[in-house]
Design a protein around this ligand. Structure first.
Ligand SMILES: [Zn+2]
Ligand SMILES: [Zn+2]
Length: 557
């Protein structure tokens, strides 16, 4: 890369929803913005988390001037402990910067991972950090978690603004709207590149304000007879605040249920983002001692997550809360794409118990944290960038965001629709995509991190869908002849009535395959295993029309 070139390399978040991470590079120095994760898709059986592939940073830890986090959501912050843990072997870990709430959440995460050798610094919007060749400034934005910021990074080449997740909420719950004056100043001073949130580039108009949700929650609460259970994102502290206000008006007490709900509200209270009147909070174990009509439970599980509080309540499996017929369950969130089925299942269980269920389809009790089309245009018009690279969205939304940029007058050739691993290079001659770098997914499987090879995922898929046959053949080491009846073991195979017959045929196939191999002088166990696999898999498919995993084991005696 030529001297004086600024490079903007997205490692995650483009062409997908989740695991946002970007590397800025100038004169051999690196600045990382966000370190997010993604939750696995349904077919990634046995995978717990998905991280961006951060190979680009390997061996370059000493070049990293800092890691800046835009806000406290998992898709921007969640990969931080995993990535730091891996990079630690390569050198001294860089400092982490961000607004106070995301930094409090980062500290709590690193504590849980027992990572102590990292400097975590609170930064106020408007302060300028000098990190090597990068001047870094956070700009206050509104979103569905307090203390959300965009990041303006200035080098000799010019200023790049990464918006982070944002909406232009004119009446936010905490009374702190986005710093539009600072955004306009970026535009007036000449912005080189805007990297903007594309999440709602497909929704016309303006997003509704968060503070409009409160009155609808109150209305819903007025109509409730028994207990009220509200589920929302644990990080949506302003939503929790509005639920607390509504409960207070009706003289109900509030219990927080679910580990992340309690943790986030505690952090939010300690930083003054949420105000709960004294004596209003109930401990979860006290819930059963209060009359139903005096209680509001705020809990995790709005996405149908398997171990979440609401999911466990819906399956009569929660240690402290037993749902009653006549309770009202309020979903103050919409399912993230991919979670619809789990949410629908949870809702159905709630009906089975006799609960009333209220979702965002029934009443305006949820507002997105991401701006709609007109807000994206407003951002473009305020900052007047020379170049635009849409961030944070699948390819469709990146495309639509690009169209919005053109609609407000950015020339088409100045809009760069990128993808993970494709660096945008900016120099005195202009901007263009450079050669692609490695980018993709890194899986976390339990507590292990690493490349789970595709083959492992394919195996897990086969096991989960069609089960497994294990066939043990015992052959004579000298002449390769079969010396014992083959054993067939199966697990998880949906079996027809004629199972015995199929097992007999499988054993017969083993015998004939072994005989054929012996005749051809094939003695190597792995070659024989391959032959057995092909013959057995063909038979099983012919009979069951399914492809369970077939695992032949050859024992030589
Ligand atoms: Zn967010
Ligand atoms: Zn996000």
């Amino acid at each position: 890369m030529a001297a004086g070139t600024l490079r903007v390399l997205p490692l995650g978040g483009l062409g997908e929803i989740g695991k946002n991470m970007t590397v800025l590079e100038y004169e051999g120095h690196l600045l990382v913005v966000d370190a997010g994760l993604r939750f696995p898709a349904a077919e990634m059986v046995g995978i717990d988390l998905v991280l961006p592939d951060f190979s680009y940073l390997r061996g370059r830890v000493d070049d990293i001037e800092g890691i800046v986090i835009t806000h406290g959501h998992e898709d921007h912050l969640g990969a931080l402990p995993w990535i730091l843990r891996e990079l630690r072997a390569d050198g001294e870990l860089p400092p982490v910067f961000g607004a106070p709430l995301p930094m409090a959440m980062a500290r709590s995460k690193l504590d849980e991972h027992r990572i102590k050798d990292v400097e975590i610094e609170d930064v106020k919007p408007g302060e300028v950090l000098e990190l090597g060749p990068f001047d870094v400034e956070l700009i206050h934005m509104t979103h569905s978690i307090p203390d959300s910021t965009g990041v303006a990074v200035t080098t000799d080449r010019g200023t790049v603004f990464i918006t982070g997740d944002y909406k232009f909420d004119q009446t936010p719950v905490d009374g702190r709207p986005a710093d539009v004056a600072r955004l306009a100043k970026l535009g007036a001073d000449g912005l080189l590149l805007l990297c903007g949130d594309s999440t709602n580039a497909d929704r016309p108009g303006f997003s509704p304000s968060e503070s409009g949700i409160g009155p609808h929650l109150e209305q819903a609460f007025l109509n409730a007879r028994g207990r009220i259970i509200v589920t929302c994102f644990a990080s949506n502290i302003h939503r929790v605040q509005q639920v607390v206000h509504a409960a207070d008006k009706l003289g109900r007490k509030v219990a927080l249920v679910g580990r992340s709900m309690r943790k986030n509200v505690n952090i939010g209270r300690s930083l003054g983002h949420i105000d709960v009147p004294d004596g209003m909070l109930l401990q979860p174990r006290e819930i059963e001692q209060f009359p139903d009509e005096k209680v509001v439970v705020i809990c995790t599980g709005s996405q149908g997550e398997p171990l979440s509080a609401l999911r466990r309540m819906a399956f009569h499996d929660h240690p402290q809360v037993e749902l009653h017929s006549g309770d009202t369950v309020v979903f103050s969130a919409t399912p993230v794409p991919g979670n619809e089925r789990a949410v629908a299942e949870t809702i159905d269980r709630l009906y089975h118990i006799g609960c009333r269920v209220l979702t965002a389809r029934d009443a305006p009790i949820h507002a997105s944290g991401h701006g709609y089309e007109e807000e994206l245009k407003l951002m473009l018009n305020l900052t007047r960038p020379r170049y635009v690279m849409p961030f944070h969205g699948d390819f469709k939304r990146i495309e639509l965001h690009g169209k919005l940029a053109e609609a407000v007058g950015i020339p088409e050739e100045n809009v760069f629709k990128g993808q993970n691993g494709l660096p945008l290079e900016l120099d005195e001659r202009g901007a263009r995509f450079g050669a692609p770098e490695r980018a993709g997914m890194v899986f976390v499987d339990g507590v292990e991190i690493g490349d789970v090879a595709d083959v492992a995922l394919r195996d897990r898929r086969m096991l989960s869908a069609d089960g497994i046959f294990v066939v043990v053949a015992t052959v004579n080491e000298q002449d390769g002849s079969s010396v014992a009846e083959p054993e067939v073991i199966f697990r998880g195979v949906p079996f027809p009535d004629e199972a015995e017959e199929l097992l007999d045929d499988l054993r017969g196939t083993v015998e004939s395959t072994i005989a054929r191999a012996a005749k051809d002088g094939i003695h190597e166990a792995d070659v024989l295993q391959g032959m057995l696999h092909d013959d057995l898999a063909a038979l099983v498919y012919q009979r069951l029309k399914r492809r369970p995993m077939v695992l032949p084991v050859v024992v030589e005696v």
